[in-house]
Design a protein around this ligand. Sequence first.
Ligand code: NAD
Length: 262
Amino acid sequence: MDLGLKGRVAFVAAASRGLGLAIAEALAAEGATVACCARSDAITQVTAELATRFGVRTLGIVADISDPASVERAIASCIETFGRIDVLVTNAGGPPPGPFESHTPDAWQKAVDLNLHSVVNLVRGALPGMKARRWGRILNVTSIAVKQPVDSLILSNSVRAAVTGFARTLANEVASFNITVNNLLPGYTKTERLVQLGDSNAKAKGISREAAFAAWEQQIPMGRLGEPREFAALAAFLASEQASYITAQSIAVDGGWIRALL
Ligand code: NAD
């Protein structure tokens, strides 16, 4: 299936590794022009490699997406270089784990800045052009936590719910402009974030990292962790021309982990 992404311009936030990088790779593999941001200037090496591997135009932008001014500059840089943004992927790192008592007011503020305000600010920058051209795809990377809260991730569970409310409302507001807004819900997927969570779980329970991973695998009907490319395939499809009538959805890639009917 031709996803119709050749010539489209995608902006992928927080894409130096993990799920963001996998999404950037999937979009580049479909021929999209890809701008990626991350906090360190290593991002320029990452995007240079994407350009070589897939023969597409890329741009690496150093930006901290929890800082509104930095987001504004990053979006402006992409638009200045490629003229527009057709596909916006709002991704970020995850907030720290731990029970309620372990998080200070500052930790809550940081989680809101990183995982909610970043989405709002990225959308604020990319949406006017999408509306003017009457075409757009907004993909928010959230979490399985929006359908079934994950133990010891109270910051993530709380803030992702806010993003889901934002996205569901925005989807209605922009649907008539042929702009879709969807949330992608990763399950337990092999990235550095998961290693950090595994170590934190192992420490809290006095078990090994391997035992912490095995406990997760037992909760997953497919009996294994996900690969970033399996998650990224959904992003490529939702970004595509073919996904034009799919909006306001929260779709999990979790090997069956969520136990709900819908
Ligand atoms: P990761 O930690 O492996 O990678 C996160 C990326 O975000 C890195 O490139 C990092 O440099 C970048 N980043 C972090 N803070 C940033 C900031 N302020 N500005 C710019 N870039 C920043 O994480 P991941 O596993 O790829 O997860 C991506 C998102 O998906 C996170 O929000 C995570 O919580 C969520 N998630 C992941 C899983 C999983 O199993 N991997 C499951 C559910 C939800």
